[in-house]
Design a protein around this ligand. Structure first.
Ligand code: V47
Length: 402
């Protein structure tokens, strides 16, 4: 790809993409070199330094990140993030045929962002049996690539509830990737069952766990955690659990919940801590920025909703700052299908999956459908001009839709 940036009154930058050597060789035929003579005027000169670093393939710093979040030059930000993305994923955009299982809404912690958690004796509290979970997954006759399991912090379940759940799923669906339990749940199991995090993870892997989702990261700031997530683990504990998982060879994701009380500094601090852990372990697969939904939460009416431009800037910044993360996910459930499609031109290369039904964000007012069909996801990606790729939970390619 060739993109020229005309810096008004300064000079013209030329973005050079290429053969995308990081992507599997067997797929090189669909990458090709795209020639695009594109002139983007850089009206705010503050982004010139950022552009220079991105074109040179060097790392941006916190000041650059502030400039991106403060800039109005959305076209340039998008083009720079796209340039970075094309170097690792080329024209590919990933999705998966998955099902989310929210096994219980009973939770010992009351986060101020949550509309989903209930006390164990509250009306509407539920916990799925292992048979119910298997029954729900069995409805997907076409076959699942990934099961995504996340639930509340239930004080009364035994540890073998979780291992039986994983064993049951593994036996019934041998090829599926089991992405299960956030670092928050793992830390809670360690405390409740008096085991080390290392031991909890080893036993879960033994029962069938493949990867870990990125939930529970919220904002990696103890100030914000104290204010909104009291009772949850510290930011360092969340990071430490992922470090332990990576050392054991478990690939994990990382999220960031934004659009509530956080500042730009908090967002950048969050990304800095993730980038630094990834430099150390290389264990993260995907970063997922999550947009806060306030309905039915104590924050309703107290915070605004991020604008479309803000959402796109956060995606682009994630791609540009997290230069060591292979994938950036635009999560359609929280982002809407429309903004998700645009986010694919702002550095995202993954849109999660078909989901089936999602309860956490829908309890908080999400208006997106409960799930999407595979065909719908393929069409959604194709319309953006990219190549849809069906993947499993470890990014093994299942099918390419040219
Ligand atoms: O950790 C809670 C967030 C997360 C609300 O790893 C809320 O691939 C919005 O982690 N509005 C769970 N968000 C979901 C999650 C996730 C989703 C998709 C993909 C992956 C992945 C992970 O949802 C929680 C919390 O941060 N959340 N309440 C709310 N009112």
């Amino acid at each position: 790809m060739t993109v020229n940036f005309k810096l008004t009154g300064l000079r013209t930058y030329r973005l050079q993409g290429g053969s995308h050597s990081v992507v599997r060789r067997t797929m090189s035929d669909i990458h090709g070199t795209v020639e695009k003579g594109l002139h983007i005027p850089v009206t705010d000169r503050t982004l010139a330094g950022v552009a220079e670093k991105v074109l040179a393939g060097s790392r941006i710093d916190d000041r650059d990140a502030h400039r991106i979040l403060e800039s109005g030059n959305i076209h340039l930000i998008g083009a720079l993030a796209e340039h970075r993305k094309q170097r690792s994923s080329g024209r590919l955009v990933y999705f998966t045929v998955n099902k989310q299982i929210n096994y219980t809404n009973v939770c010992s912690v009351r986060c101020k962002v949550c509309a989903y958690a209930k006390g164990r004796r509250a009306k509407g509290a539920y916990t799925m049996s292992v048979d119910e979970i298997i029954g729900e997954l069995s409805q997907y006759r076409e076959g699942l690539d990934e099961v995504h399991i996340v639930g509340g912090l239930h004080p009364d379940l035994r540890f073998d509830y979780y291992t039986s759940m994983l064993r049951g799923i593994r036996t019934r669906f041998p090829g599926v990737t089991i992405k299960a339990f956030t670092a928050t749940e793992i830390g809670y199991f360690a405390g409740l069952y008096k085991m080390s995090v290392d031991r909890v993870l080893k036993e879960l892997v033994d029962a069938g766990l493949d990867t870990m989702p990125g939930g529970g990261a919220e904002v990696l700031s103890d100030g914000i955690r104290g204010e909104l997530f009291s009772g949850k683990e510290s930011k360092d504990r969340w990071l430490e659990t992922h470090r332990t998982a990576h050392v054991l060879g478990i690939k994990t994701n990382a999220t960031m919940l934004y659009g509530h009380i956080e500042t730009d500094d908090d967002i950048i601090g969050h990304l800095r801590q993730l980038r630094s852990l990834q430099d150390e372990t290389a264990g993260f697969l995907t970063f997922v920025p999550l947009i806060f939904h306030p309905e039915n939460t104590p924050l309703r009416g107290r915070v605004g909703t991020p604008t479309g431009i803000r959402k796109l800037k956060v995606v682009a910044l994630s791609r540009l700052y997290l230069d060591n993360f292979p994938h950036i996910k635009a999560y359609w459930v929280m982002m809407s299908e429309a903004v998700t499609q645009i986010a694919l031109h702002f550095g995202a290369d993954d849109i999660d999956g078909t989901i089936g039904s999602e309860k956490v964000t829908h309890a908080a007012g999400a208006r997106t459908p409960a799930g999407l069909t595979k065909e719908h996801m393929v069409a959604m990606i194709k319309e953006t001009g990219y190549v849809p790729v069906r993947r499993d939970g470890r990014y093994k390619v299942i099918e390419v839709y040219e």
